[in-house]
Design a protein. Sequence first.
Length: 418
Amino acid sequence: MARINYAIRAGSFAYCFLVLAIHGAERGVGAIFWTALALQFLVYPHLAYLHARRAADSARAERINLHVDAAFLGLWIGALHFPLWIAYAAAFSITLNATVVFGIARGAFCFAIFCAGAAIALPAAGFELAQPTSRLVTTLCVVGSFGYSCAVGAVVYSLRDRLRESESRYRLLAENAADLVALVDTDGNWLYASPSFEAVLKRQELAPGTDAFAYAHQDDAEKARMAVRRAAATLQSRPIALRLLDRTGRFRQYQATVTPVKGEPRPARRLVLALRDVTDLRESEERLLVAAHALEGMTQAIMITGGDGTILSVNRAYTETTGRGADEVVGQPEKMFRSPLVREGFFDDALAAVLRKGFWSGTHSAKRKSGAVYLEWRSIRAVRDAAGAITHFVHSFYEVSVPRNGNEGGIAANGREA
């Protein structure tokens, strides 16, 4: 807005300079008039823009600039003894601009400041009315007023189109976003809910003024309302763990955040409530937790590697069987811990069989970290993704018995001698 006003102010004040210069030249004014005219209408607009640009609150600075505009123009009109058409053009432009930018009340206030400025200058200039302006000056005032109103109208029309485009863009995002976005008041009542909410709650349950947490789990509802009140009071975002009862009667889990709308006074009256559905993630985490507990409780040693052979996880039975802890092996290549008691290429052949058939099993001699030798049964299976690519290998093994003396090569797959 400051940039738009700068363009309008600089252009209109330059036009005013032209009109007043002609008016002054027709009356033979002195050097003081010309100096003040140049400072006011050629220099001041740039200073006003710098004030708005550097201010911490540019909107407030621009309101002050409009008040200063009105006061200075009023002073000029009073000092010039109220030339009718010049006074009309000045009062019209300042009131129109303030009304368009900040509303009717601000426009009326700027007009009052304009009148006050004229009243202040009147005693110094003398209580007399100016002679009628020349046809040229009158014409320029009429044309200038018309052009100024067209310029302001064009700006308003352009801003309206930009606003409509912006509104359409944000509506499109709100309607198609996977996350649920809403506005709530300090009491936790709906002000607005994005259309994506209708996949969870019925439309009447999202009506403005209704309780936003009416269908939240009873353990979460009051905590959510308290988080909203605290966020409103502190103007700080608050996370919320929320379970909502959806249309099917199932509680869905959401990771929510409540954030005060920027620029709201304390306490904030409007807050943005954003919810991300984490139901599937939480259920997946629970399944993984159960699987991890089951894996840890197995009597067979389990080693899981990535597709490149890097060890990703081992269970407790692995440590008990091999004597190596998870901190020693996780992140290391599986090749580092292969048994040295089998023939060369034994494990490469086993992995080749896994690549062909998806699995391999067999027995071989193995050595613990302590150096103790034992007979091991091992199974290797490949894990593939939806595209059929191998992502992991699962090794499971256990001790069979103590190997026989002299069996340096171990026993190969399916019990055949290596």
